[in-house]
Design a binder for this molecule. Sequence first.
Ligand code: IVH
Length: 684
Amino acid sequence: MRAQIEHHNHLYYVLDAPQITDGEYDALMRQLQALEAEHPELVSPESPTQRVGAAPVQAFGTVTHAVPMLSLGNAFSEEDVLAFAQRVAETLRRAGMLDEQDEPDYFCEPKLDGLAVSLRYEDGRLAQAATRGDGATGEDITSNIRTIKSIPLVLRGPAPRVLEVRGEVFMNRAEFEKLNDAQRERGEKIFVNPRNAAAGSLRQLDPRITARRPLRFFAYGWGVVQDLPAQEPGQFSEALPGTRATAALPRESHGGMLAWLHELGLPVNRQHNALVRGAAGLLDYYARIGQARRGLPYDIDGVVYKLDGLAAQKVLGFVSRSPRFAVAHKFPAEEATTVLQAIEVQVGRTGAITPVARLEPVFVGGVTVTNATLHNEDEILRKDVRIGDTVIVRRAGDVIPEVVGPVLEKRPAGAGLFRMLAHCPVCESAIERPEGEAVSRCTGGLFCAAQRKQSLLHAAGRKALDIEGLGEKLVDQLVDSGRVKSLADLFTLTADELAGYERMGRKSAENLVAALDKARRPTLGRLLFALGIRHVGETTARDTARHFGSLEKIMQASEQEMLAVPDVGPVVAGSLHRFFQEPHNREIVAALLEQGVAPQAEAAAQGSSLAGKTLVLTGTLPTWTREQATRHIMDAGGKVSGSVSRKTAYLVAGEEAGSKLTKAQELGVPVLDEDGLKQLLGLD
Ligand code: IVH
């Protein structure tokens, strides 16, 4: 049973190809536990049941690394990488190991954002595990490492006398979130990011706590290897498109060594490691992994390039404490620390009050950040962020920067607590927070200039009336001067008067008037969405428009009749109905019609190619962004969902498609590429 359970661990963690469900796995574990309880004399230290954690220790012992654990030099730019590749190639040419016109092979790996550890196997059994420490000595964390299911307690096949495996312990983002949810429920410490959670878990003196943490491991190197067995060449990776996956010998190449570690039962990042040639290959790999980054289940902070040939590595040698044959090419940091100078509030379109952090400017994720969202009052309390704190700021991709949490060690005495304002800073109406809701709201409605401005910007947005050229600066002036009080007033603007506003030339004024003219013919759904009715998103607006067919019918519909719209429930129906009962809103609609706004019938859902069908997008499409693809699908009456199920009509898969593609194939859901989608939409 032990072998059977370890076999399933291996399938799951190392081969990424489980054959049984989590439930079945748990049942096997329970059976083994029962057997061992009946026969305690048969329990062995390598039994999977022994991974739940040994007794706590007072302090960790010290381990001296037989081969030091080095660090890597960093490259932050393309020039740095080219300089590295040039140094390597020149050295190899001088040593007569590379022809003039040739370039060397490099093994490339994602740089996992976790903690480096060294695992010592003796005669195939996990004997000791240590942290990196200062590179020469680390801490003995054997009991904690033994709880990590992806780390084999016993190696498979013929093992060397001594083998030190080097690699990274880390946590997947989703599992980290789940852990934090559980911590929150129990009133325990919340971790700021997966790396900190992994570090905290490994530093636990009580391995039983470590055992409950979702730690994972990938091997990327080795220390002592005593007696490498004669070895068949192995496949070191599932070649990424455009890279190679040739057979390699462990004694000859880095890739070969990793293939061998994989065969011994250690998890290796086969999905994203790759062999490339020359500087161009390195930069291409960097770009690919950069693209794939957000879809990866774990955090990475760059990629690592390693000269593949082991003999060639020897020629390059080391400088102080890092190898000359390898380099870490870092992504622009997505997290940085800075000082939270103040917390101000912003008033949104529906009056929602969002606390915003004013920060000492900090360079993160490739841009300088001075503001970050704090979401709401409860979030500030939950994260225990105070004014004057040094905070961790995160900016991933193009999402709004956010404050992750405080660095408690740096909290100054008297750091200020945030208190929600009683009155709106813009219109001075009361701020209220309804029972059971997280969000506080300004009660000023369209009396509040902030809400008016946001409503106008919403209506002008790409998904609504799509009025190009109506930006924040102009809306500020139009509202502050009292010239525009409602959406309808926009349509009374002339080029002459617009040209008189700040930062508006004659040409842009004329362009805006033309854009407004175009906006007089929106589809009914877009107009409905532009009105900014609570709970009425783009899809609901479109469905409602399709269902009723005209603005008059929508305005006359009872709440009961609204419920007949697909996917509209009582909350949305109530909101829609109330909106059109409000005399003020009816006036705005009437004024819009008076200004020549004439909604066009929504493209019929029936008969259109994707009516009522749900599609799922995955990976990167060659020419369309995800937003564009979504828009086209919705325009054809389809829906886009985030997860694949039996009800999915098509999966549209681009490059780097991952688990969704596998799932679609399992469920027999048809898979299209971008061209296929275009054909379906009649756009080819
Ligand atoms: S190789 C001789 N490969 O990055 C250098 N390191 O800056 C041995 N890391 O301490 C390291 N992913 O914690 C290597 N694929 C990878 C890595 C990796 C993450 C970390 C590791 C190391 C640090 C070096």
